[in-house]
Write a new protein. Structure first.
Length: 283
């Protein structure tokens, strides 16, 4: 398993229809199994669709929910990453991504960077995550998950790489009109993805939604990038399964060739950050 066959599941979700989306997930898992996929990634909030004003009480799931257990069992021994609204033990709700491995929920990432601009008001709906943990996979892989806008905060990809990630899982819900003001979402992601993969030597699985609904046009473009930022396989605008194979040694070689993390000097960054924050507070 030092080589991984990756899959990005570009699906067209049904708004608020968990049972319908669950069936789509199971069908895509079976398609991925036939393609020999080891790790399959679904888009952000794939079980509910990306909703601007979701009914969290009705749609929220706990980590031990039957829906997640069903997908974990259906996928095994394949690892699968799925998006859902997580109902926390304290009643808060999170935009979350579960990594299902070995037939169980292995880890859950709660979105750190909640957008509050354009047509995205996640900051008014969800609680913020406060952890960035890596998930071990077979063959010595260590996967980091960032959800959509997480990757636009330069600190989070850097911290994931600093923690020793060898693979980046990046589920997304990107629509052309979401940011507004003429911002080109597709072009922005092209730059963002290539920069992160190249800078940190991180193979990346980018899984986006597709289809038009709720006034938003999800443009698809799901893709898999290698550790040099090159696109190995990419979808168009329609539902699709994107597949590519990567080797652990290729990422190790890329990170040795361009030792960004080795030379990043986090202690110095912390000192400079403290100085900047102090100046900001004084100002």
């Amino acid at each position: 398993m030092s080589r991984l066959r990756l899959g990005a599941a570009q699906i067209e979700c049904r708004p608020g229809d968990v049972s319908g989306n669950l069936a789509s997930h199971v069908a895509m898992i079976e398609r991925a199994r036939r393609a020999g996929v080891d790790l399959l990634v679904f888009p952000e909030l794939s079980l509910t669709d990306y909703l601007s004003d979701p009914d969290c009480e009705a749609l929220g799931l706990a980590r031990d929910a039957a829906e997640l257990a069903l997908l974990a069992g259906a996928a095994a021994p394949m690892a699968v990453s799925v998006g859902f609204i997580e109902r926390g033990s304290d009643g808060a709700h999170f935009n979350a991504q579960a990594l299902l491995a070995a037939g169980v929920v292995a880890s859950v990432h709660r979105k750190l960077n909640l957008p509050g601009y354009g047509q995205m008001r996640e900051d008014k709906v969800y609680a913020r995550g406060d952890a960035l943990a890596l998930a071990p996979l077979a063959g010595g892989w260590r996967a980091a998950t960032l959800i959509c806008a997480d990757s636009w905060n330069p600190a989070w990809p850097w911290l994931a790489a600093l923690a020793g990630a060898s693979l980046l899982i990046l589920p997304t819900a990107s629509a052309r009109e979401a940011v507004g003001g003429g911002f080109d979402n597709a072009r922005g992601w092209e730059v963002n993805l290539a920069h992160t993969a190249l800078t940190y030597g991180l193979p990346t699985i980018f899984a986006n939604h597709c289809g038009r609904r709720g006034g938003l046009d999800f443009w698809g473009g799901s893709r898999i990038l290698d550790a040099s930022g090159a696109v190995l396989s990419q979808a168009g605008a329609e539902p699709d399964l994107v597949v590519a194979e990567i080797a652990l040694s290729d990422g190790e070689a890329a990170r040795a060739r361009l030792p960004t993390i080795r030379d990043s000097d986090p202690r110095r960054v912390r000192r400079l950050l403290d100085a900047v924050l102090s100046q900001t507070e004084e100002g």
